[in-house]
Write a protein that binds this ligand. Structure first.
Ligand SMILES: Nc1ncnc2c1ncn2[C@@H]1O[C@H](COP(=O)(O)OP(=O)(O)OP(=O)(O)O)[C@@H](O)[C@H]1O
Length: 255
């Protein structure tokens, strides 16, 4: 099967001359349909930059992008970038980013409103998503009336309501306790089983990374290691295997 999303030689530099920072250096990644890929790496290794480029939030200095095997030549130019973001991508962030003046259902409905869907369709899809994340009963609550875990579930419903092919998640459990984190990750797996989208998730936490199919380790803007989580291992065993890999990556860094 063709990758849902593929990038080749993706590079990003910020600034010019003496202040030039190379955040990404010729990164190649192919995300398969339904695959859950985790990105790990030290602070400043380029993880968020990579996610922002994949999501069309920023444009690269150079590189190629393919969607379902077709090269997207105008991908990073407007209005294509906005169209692509609204159609193909869902985002979840560490700090939920919900609109505080809106209720849970209004927040979830927002992407459909922006895309110009009909009222009936918006209502049906929004209710379905709130049921899937287990918050239908709380649909009229505002973010301040919900726990962090509930807010992140609303954010997940909002990210997936337009049925994007790819969910991009930047430290989505970074602001949750470990129990709520585990619940959120189980929910991510459930949503993937229901809706079939691929997932690309950034985390510092090896326990979070055990939920992915594949883990990519970034260092200095490059992918330096790739690791597949094993189905025959417990979550704890997977976490230990990942910590070993992280140690390797860090040791290379020190040398
Ligand atoms: N807007 C920007 N302007 C200048 N430099 C930037 C900008 N955004 C990121 N950088 C630099 O690019 C590099 C990669 O940053 P990035 O945020 O992608 O790393 P990260 O791995 O996500 O880090 P963290 O884990 O701390 O979030 C860093 O050196 C950072 O300082």
């Amino acid at each position: 099967m063709k990758p849902v999303l593929e990038v080749r030689k993706l590079s990003k530099q910020y600034g010019e001359g003496e202040t030039k920072v190379t955040a990404l250096q010729e990164v190649d990644v192919a995300l398969r349909p339904g695959e859950f890929v985790v990105i790990m790496g030290a602070s400043g290794s380029g993880k968020s930059t990579f996610l922002h480029l994949l999501g069309g939030l920023e444009s690269p200095t150079s590189g190629e992008m393919y969607i379902e095997g077709m090269q997207e030549l105008n991908f990073f130019l407007e209005p294509h970038a906005t169209h692509y973001r609204r159609e193909k991508i869902g985002f979840v962030f560490q700090f939920f980013n919900l609109v505080s003046a809106l209720t849970a259902e209004e927040n979830v409905a927002l992407p459909l409103l922006l895309a110009g869907h009909e009222k009936k369709d918006i209502q049906a899809r929004t209710s379905e998503m709130l049921r899937l994340v287990g918050l239908y009963e709380r649909r009229t609550h505002r973010p301040t009336e919900m726990s962090g875990g509930q807010q992140q579930r609303v954010a997940l419903a909002r990210a997936l309501v337009h049925r994007p092919q790819v969910l991009l998640a930047d430290e989505p459990t970074g602001n949750l306790d470990s129990q709520t984190s585990a619940e959120m990750l189980e929910l991510l797996l459930k949503m993937r089983a229901e809706l079939g989208q691929s997932i690309m998730l950034v985390t510092h936490d090896p326990m979070v990374a055990t939920y992915g199919d594949r883990v990519l380790f970034f260092r200095d803007g490059k992918i330096v290691k790739e690791h597949y989580n094993r189905d025959d291992q417990s979550r704890r065993e997977r976490a230990f295997a990942l910590m070993d890999q992280l140690r390797d990556v860090t040791e290379v860094e020190v040398r």
